[in-house]
Design a protein around this ligand. Structure first.
Ligand code: KG4
Ligand code: ZN
Length: 375
């Protein structure tokens, strides 16, 4: 089955041509046009500017993928598009393009939930650039997925394909949003996640080994840091998160220590403490949820899943505390928004639908939904 997929829910215009074969996904071609430059001066995504860039970029990307791969009515079997959640002006560009193609080519069109896309990013392309050997068979149900992005922080339980139960979520800011806001406070530019994680890697290379092991409550504690930040809701008896207080604590620390943003070392140090606080909460809640729900596989997804420390520390904790649980993380290029993940999720939505007929009518009925729920 050959799938053409489109993703425009936020600030990346992404399209992909994916071949699905027995649950394995081969990414034949893909393009992502990033809008970082457009939104950087504002320190966050401006919805109408995002839509304007999608409108400008999507037609030329489509033209390119169609011409280069000689695709059309004869060899496309399915079109998949993100229908929500996301920014409505941005979503409308992708959904309308997909609807036009589905109508012109008389092909079925599947609307995909963006969060489902992030979960299914784990089914594509683990090792090689365009191939995914056996990935579909490594992942066993039940699955516990931690999805951490600029708009979402959710723990999701899946007993089977396309069956989602949210067991915990953020009560305020998303994890990626906290990275972006902290970067803004420290003058590190947008998007904040990559900027912060690069600074922390630099900082870690230069910290002296922990002299007093008794002082380190965790192996990754930032030794003798001047700046202690809270781990919000770490011990709350549920699987929810809160990142707004962490960001505010950092804001007050910077207000009380105006020297921090002016000094490279101090900026690195506070970034390290902030990142570790976020990782501590994410890892601890995921492990606790896994102990309760006993999944066979834990998956990570969303832009923040590109964070090297989160990837590493969650993996180590699983190995130590629940060693029989498989751990699957997406290739970092599929952590952030992309269209291949939309093709993968679209494929399973199609495959597990009892009746395929309605998908031939979605060119008429599909509606972008900014607040689409995962179900
Ligand atoms: O999934 P994504 O591309 O878009 C949404 O669906 O929101 O996630 C973007 C988010 C941004 O907040 C960005 O700062 C964060 O992912 N991010 C990171 C890293 N790379 C991207 N956060 C922490 N560490 C990273 N390396
Ligand atoms: Zn996303």
């Amino acid at each position: 089955m050959q799938i053409l997929s489109i993703e425009t829910s936020c600030d990346d215009t992404a399209i992909a041509l994916v071949k699905a074969d027995k649950g394995q996904f081969f990414v034949r071609d893909e393009y992502v046009s990033s809008q970082t430059k457009t939104h950087a001066p504002f320190g966050g995504v401006v919805p109408n500017l995002a839509a304007r860039d999608h409108l400008k970029n999507l037609p030329s990307l489509l033209k390119k993928i169609i011409a280069k791969n000689k695709i059309g009515q004869d060899n496309i079997d399915l079109i998949a598009v993100t229908e929500g959640p996301g920014l409505i002006p941005a979503l409308l560009v992708g959904t309308n393009a997909a609807k036009a193609l589905a109508y012109a080519w008389k092909k079925p069109l599947v609307g995909v939930n963006h969060i489902a896309g992030h979960i299914y990013s784990n089914f594509i392309n683990q090792n090689t650039k365009y191939q995914i050997p056996n990935t579909g068979y490594q992942i066993q149900f039940p699955i516990l997925a931690l999805i951490v992005s600029g708009g979402h922080t959710e723990l999701i339980l899946m007993k089977k394909h396309m069956d989602f139960k949210i067991i915990g979520q953020t009560l305020d800011d998303a994890a990626g949003e906290a990275f972006d806001k902290v970067a803004k406070i420290l003058g590190l530019g947008y998007p904040g996640g990559p900027a912060i994680s690069i600074l922390v890697e630099k900082y870690k290379k230069n910290i002296p080994p922990q002299r007093d092991p008794a002082k380190a409550v965790a192996r990754y504690q930032i030794p003798d840091t001047r700046y202690q930040l809270p781990r919000p809701m770490l011990n709350s008896p549920n699987f929810n998160f809160s990142f707004s207080g962490l960001k505010t604590a950092l804001l007050y620390t910077v207000r009380d220590h105006p020297e921090i943003p002016k000094n490279k070392k101090l900026t690195q140090e506070i970034c390290a403490e902030f990142q570790q606080a976020a990782v501590d909460v994410l890892v601890s809640k995921t492990i606790r949820a896994a102990k309760k729900f006993k999944p066979k596989t834990i998956l990570l997804g969303g832009g923040v899943s590109a964070n090297p420390e989160l990837r590493k520390q969650l993996g180590e904790k699983i190995k130590k505390e629940i060693p029989n649980t498989k751990y699957q993380i997406p290739d970092t290029r599929y952590s952030t928004d992309n269209a291949a993940m939309i093709a993968a999720a679209g494929y399973f939505k199609w495959k597990f639908s009892k009746n395929h007929k309605p998908f031939y009518n979605t060119w008429r009925t599909l509606e972008a939904n900014a607040n689409l729920r995962l179900k």
